[in-house]
Every structure is written in structure tokens, then in C-alpha cells.
Design a protein around this ligand. Sequence first.
Ligand code: AMP
Ligand code: ZN
Length: 112
Amino acid sequence: MDCVFCDIAKGEIPSTKVYETDDIVAFKDIDPQAPFHVVIIPKQHIPSPAHITKENYDIAGKMILAASEIAKMEKLDKGYRIVANCGEDGGQTVGHIHFHMLAQRNLSWPPG
Ligand code: AMP
Ligand code: ZN
């Protein structure tokens, strides 16, 4: 299976990792939309938030824990945004579940 985020998790595609545990990797987005923009993924291949089930939902908690720990490490004291795009209308372009973590600028709401 061809998956760019699985390849990043395995270190087969280079990335700038900012955080890693047994289950989670976070790395700098290649096309940053804010001065701080990292992508948080599980090492396990789950295609999207729509594929979270009663069997695997613990990974979503680990992804949010990663964001919380990254925020402390990076001293994002003014806050941040976590976004999970899901499916075509959600604007998802990579079919491996991920959170965008954006910070260090004032982010508008609602999103476009
Ligand atoms: P989405 O559009 O929500 O699926 O987000 C995918 C994100 O992955 C985009 O923000 C891309 O810039 C980012 N991305 C894609 N390929 C890479 C890569 N090789 N390294 C880092 N970020 C990437
Ligand atoms: Zn994958």
C-alpha cells in the first residue's frame, strides 16, 4: 500500500520530526499554513477520522495527548488549533488520519 504518512512514520521519507512515541509521530508540515504547523499521525494506518471505531478510538486520545505535550514543549502559551480534515468535503488530501496543529498566529474562525 502506498501511503506517504506510513512512509514518514517508518522513516522511509524524510521529515522534520518534533515528537515521537511508540504509537505517534508529529512532524513539520511541508506546506505550513502558520508559523508553527505540525502534522500529528498514528504509526498505525487508519485512513481518516471516519475510520475511528470502538476498537481503535484510543489512538485519537493519544493524538490529542501528543498535541498537549507538543504545546508544552514548544511553549505555545497563546494557544493553538487542532484540525482533522475528513474526506473530500473536509479537504483531506492524504488518506492517513492526521491532526494539523497550527499556532503562532491569530487564526480566523470560521474556516473557509
Ligand atoms: P490534508 O490536506 O488535511 O490531508 O493534509 C495533508 C497535509 O500533509 C498537508 O498540509 C500537506 O502539506 C502535508 N504533507 C504532505 N506530504 C508531506 C510530507 N512529505 N511532509 C510533510 N508534510 C506533508
Ligand atoms: Zn498510512
